[in-house]
Design a protein around this ligand. Sequence first.
Ligand code: DAH
Length: 340
Amino acid sequence: MIIYEKLDEIHKKAIDEFGGALNREQLYQFKVNYLGKNGLVTELMKEMAKLSVEDKKEFGRRINVVKQDLETQYTERFETLKLKELDEQMRRESLDLTLPPPRQPRGNPHPVHRVRDEVVQILSRIGYSLRLGPSIETDYYNFEALNIPKNHPARDMQDTFFVDDTHVLRTHTSPIQIHSLEAESLPLRIIGTGPVFRVDSDISHLPNFHQIEGMCVDRKISMADLKGTITYFVKEFFGSDLKTRFRPSYFPFTEPSAEVDCQCPICKGKGCSLCKNSGWIEIGGAGLMNPKVLLAAKVKYPEWTGFAFGFGLERMAIIKYGIPDIRLLPENNLSFLKQF
Ligand code: DAH
């Protein structure tokens, strides 16, 4: 009977197509084409109405066998394709463990820290070693012990952030000198460094900046030792193209005192906004230690004498790298910092 032949033909074609499906999506589409609501097998069932009762029974039985077989074929093919697709996916996403790992972006030291490390390095070559001190100091260590008594005009030079009546955010690293003199034995060559704080802010001043302090206490220390040390240090740090000069100055803790200037790296001495048209930038102060400071720290003067100096690290950084505005340093903008 022609309807049985049709069924066999559809069955065979479906088996072929299921077997040839390339992926699960295509396979599902094929299943719908045969077993779906308007699929070929379903359509054929509608023709059953024309058959006799006997044939209906027989055809119904056969069509059920076909449907069941196609369901089985579908499930088997589905599982095969699933494995195949998984296999392909694993091949595509395979890891080659012998490849070098992707590069991790690395940070680099802040320019102020680079300057600090370099200065420490340079001075350690001539016998200096590093000391740190607290950022909050008592009035005694920040001022009194350094011969800056209350109401002394020098206190105005360093407008101070007070923490309470007797404690301040240190305005300079010079208190480290006193801590070291009190705790250590002579002779001494030390460097002190760290943050300092002052009520001050413009193109060349920051309210929070960093200093590096040097102190040498030994027998027969003179101004010549100070000049020799600073000249060595400044040349090592800046190289020889920028000139430096000493200017007579005043600090309560040194006598005599000098200010150390370096030629402006932006205008090379011609005058610009950074150096306020002077051609020079002050990097710090220096001098022979005032006997009052030594005696207050129980150092036997004049058996022992000393010199000291204190430089601003940010100042040194802007000079060394030719940075046009000191405020770029604490801003920590990454596109600026990445250049160092
Ligand atoms: N402490 C001074 C300041 O902050 C800098 C200074 C000057 C330090 C002379 C010294 C020195 O050790 O001898 O302005």
